[in-house]
Design a binder for this molecule. Structure first.
Ligand SMILES: [Zn+2]
Length: 505
C-alpha cells in the first residue's frame, strides 16, 4: 500500500466528518461520468497491486465484529462506530485508519481470513478482472493458534473458495444483482461497499486531513516513525505488515460469504463476449483440482495468484523466511514476493539477500519504492532490477531518468496516491509523464476496500484525468498481461481473452 501518514495519531472523528465543500472532492467528482465507468467495467483487466486485507469489504468488517459481539467477545468499536463503517458517503483519512485497525482486529481467525480472501476474489471477478495478483504478509499470531504457514493456507483456501464460487456462476448472478443495484440506487450501496466506492471521487476525502503531502520531503530515518506516525509502523497496527494479534484454530473457509459455495467447474457459467472461460482460464497448469489453489479454478473467470510480502520491519532472517515460504507454496499459486510496509522503517541491506534468493528460486519480485524521498534506497532498488516496482511517487530528476531507462514496469495506484497525498491530484499524477514516455505501467487499486475504489474506477479516472480514449485503456489492459508473474501459457490465454473482447467491442 502507499504511505499513509496518520493525522497525529488522532482518533477517528467519525465517518462523514469532513467538510462538504472540499474543492478536491468536487474536482474528483467531475472526473468521469457513469457511462465511462460502465465502459471500464466491461473491459477485461489485470490487477497486479492489491493488498488482501486492504481489499476487504467494509461490510464484512462490520458483520464479523457484530458476530463476535453477539458471541460475547469484546470488540474495539462502539455501536455507533460499527454502524458508521458501512455508511455511504465520504471517508476521511481517519476513517481509513480506523478501517485498517478494524481489519487488523478481525483477521484473527483462519475462517475470517478465508472469507475475506474469497470475497476479494469475487469482487475483482465482478469488476471483470481476469487476472489478479493478491499480496499479503504472512502473520504469526501464536496466541490465537495462527502460524505463518496456517495463515498462508487460510488465504489460499479462501482464494480457492472464491474461484469455485466465480466458476459456479454465482459471480455472474452477483454481477447482475450489482448492476441492478447500481441502476436502482445510483447513490447507494452495492455489494457491501459504501456509496463512496460507487461514486466518482467519493472516497477521496481521505486527503483532507493528511498532514504530509510532504512525505516526499522526508527521508527514512531508521526505525523511528515519522511525526504523526504511519500506518505501516506507527501507533496503529499495520494490517498487512503487523506480526502481533490473535487467532483461533478454526480452519476452513468462512461460512457466511454471501454467496453459495458451489463445488465443481460450472463451465458455461462465465463467458467473455461469448467465449467460454472454461477453455481460457479453467485449464491452466495451476488451475483447479486439489492442489490448484491460486490458479484459475475449474472454469473460473479469473486467474488468481498470490505474492507474499516482506514487511519492512522484518530483519534479514524474517525476510528469508518469507521468501522460503513463498517458494514452498509455489505449487498452490504463490508466484512472487513483495517488499512493503512503513517506508520510514528498515534499510535495503536487510532484505537484499532474501530478495536475491527469491529471484534465484524463480519467484517474481516487486518492491514498493519511492513512497517517500529516499534516493539511496530507490537507487539501490533500481540497481537490483526487480521485475516490477510499485508507486515511485518521490523521485528526484536523476532517479526519474534512471527509472525510465530501466524500463521496469510500474504498478500505479492513482486513488491511493492521491488519498495519501503522495501526489497532489489525479491530473498531476506521474502516470501522465510515464505513459507519455512509453514506460510500462499498470493501473492498480492498492487497497480497494479501504479507499473505496475499484479497478474499473481507476481506469475511468485515468481515462478522464489523462484524456485517454477507450482504445488506449484496452491497450493498457492488454500490455499489463506482459508484466504479470503468470507463466507463458497463462499469458497467452489472457491475451486471447483481451483480443476477443476488444475485437467484439
Ligand atoms: Zn501497496
Amino acid at each position: 500500500m502507499a504511505t499513509l501518514v496518520a493525522n497525529g495519531g488522532a482518533e477517528s472523528p467519525g465517518v462523514n466528518s469532513e467538510p462538504s465543500n472540499d474543492p478536491l472532492k468536487a474536482e474528483r467528482q467531475q472526473l468521469y461520468d457513469e457511462d465511462l465507468l460502465l465502459a471500464c467495467q466491461q473491459l477485461p483487466k489485470v490487477e497486479l497491486h492489491a493488498h488482501l486485507n486492504g481489499s476487504v469489504r467494509p461490510q464484512t468488517i462490520r458483520q464479523i465484529l457484530e458476530e463476535r459481539s453477539q458471541a460475547g467477545e469484546a470488540i474495539p468499536v462502539t455501536e455507533q462506530q460499527l454502524k458508521d463503517i458501512t455508511v455511504g458517503g465520504d471517508r476521511s483519512l481517519a476513517d481509513c485508519f480506523r478501517l485498517f485497525d478494524l481489519i487488523h482486529a478481525i483477521t484473527t481467525t483462519h475462517s475470517a481470513i478465508s472469507r475475506i480472501a474469497a470475497e476479494v476474489v469475487r469482487d475483482f471477478a465482478a469488476e471483470r478482472v481476469v487476472y489478479l495478483e493478491l499480496r499479503t504478509t504472512p502473520k504469526a499470531r501464536l496466541e490465537h493458534g495462527m502460524t505463518k504457514e496456517s495463515y498462508i493456507e487460510a488465504v489460499l483456501d479462501g482464494i480457492e473458495l472464491g474461484l469455485r464460487q466465480t466458476s459456479s456462476g454465482s459471480s455472474q448472478r452477483q454481477e447482475q444483482q450489482q448492476q441492478q443495484l447500481q441502476e436502482e440506487r445510483p447513490t447507494g450501496q452495492a455489494d457491501g461497499r459504501p456509496a463512496a466506492a460507487q461514486q466518482p471521487g467519493a472516497a477521496a476525502q481521505c486527503t483532507t486531513h493528511s498532514p504530509t503531502r510532504d512525505a516526499c520531503a522526508a527521508t527514512p530515518a531508521g526505525p523511528s516513525s515519522p511525526p504523526g506516525g504511519s500506518k505501516g509502523g506507527g501507533p496503529a497496527p499495520a494490517v498487512e505488515s503487523s506480526a502481533s494479534a490473535a487467532a483461533v484454530a478454526d480452519r476452513g473457509a468462512g461460512t457466511d460469504t454471501g454467496a453459495a459455495a458451489v463445488e465443481g467447474g460450472g463451465c458455461g457459467a462465465a463467458h467473455y463476449d461469448g467465449a467460454d472461460a472454461c477453455g481460457v482460464l479453467g485449464s491452466g497448469p495451476s488451475s483447479g483440482g486439489g492442489g490448484g489453489g491460486g490458479g484459475g479454478g475449474g472454469g473460473a473467470n479469473i486467474l488468481v495468484k498470490l505474492l507474499l510480502s516482506i514487511d519492512r520491519r522484518e530483519d534479514a532472517e524474517a525476510a528469508l523466511e518469507t521468501v522460503r515460504l513463498a517458494a514452498r507454496y509455489k505449487a498452490r499459486g504463490v508466484v512472487g514476493v513483495d517488499l512493503s510496509g512503513n517506508p520510514y522503517v528498515g534499510s535495503w541491506g536487510a532484505w537484499a539477500e532474501a530478495l536475491a534468493e527469491a529471484r534465484a528460486a524463480g519467484l517474481g519480485v516487486t518492491l514498493h519504492a519511492g513512497e517517500v524521498y529516499s534516493p539511496d534506497e530507490t537507487a539501490a532498488m533500481l540497481r537490483f532490477r526487480p521485475d516490477r516496482l510499485g508507486h515511485c511517487c518521490c523521485l528526484d530528476p536523476q532517479l526519474a531518468v534512471a527509472l525510465r531507462s530501466s524500463a521496469i514496469p510500474l504498478e500505479l495506484c492513482l486513488t491511493s496516491n492521491v488519498l495519501t497525498q503522495s501526489v497532489p491530484s489525479y491530473p498531476e499524477h506521474h502516470f501522465a509523464e510515464l505513459y507519455a514516455a512509453g514506460h510500462p505501467v499498470v493501473l492498480c487499486t492498492d487497497d480497494s476496500g479501504v479507499f473505496g475504489t475499484t479497478l474499473s474506477r481507476e481506469y475511468a479516472i485515468a481515462a478522464a484525468a489523462f484524456k485517454l480514449p477507450v482504445s488506449a485503456l484496452q491497450q493498457l489492459a492488454r500490455k499489463s498481461v506482459e508484466y504479470t508473474f503468470a507463466d507463458e501459457q497463462e499469458k497467452r490465454r489472457l491475451r486471447e481473452i483481451m483480443d476477443r473482447a476488444f475485437s467484439a467491442s
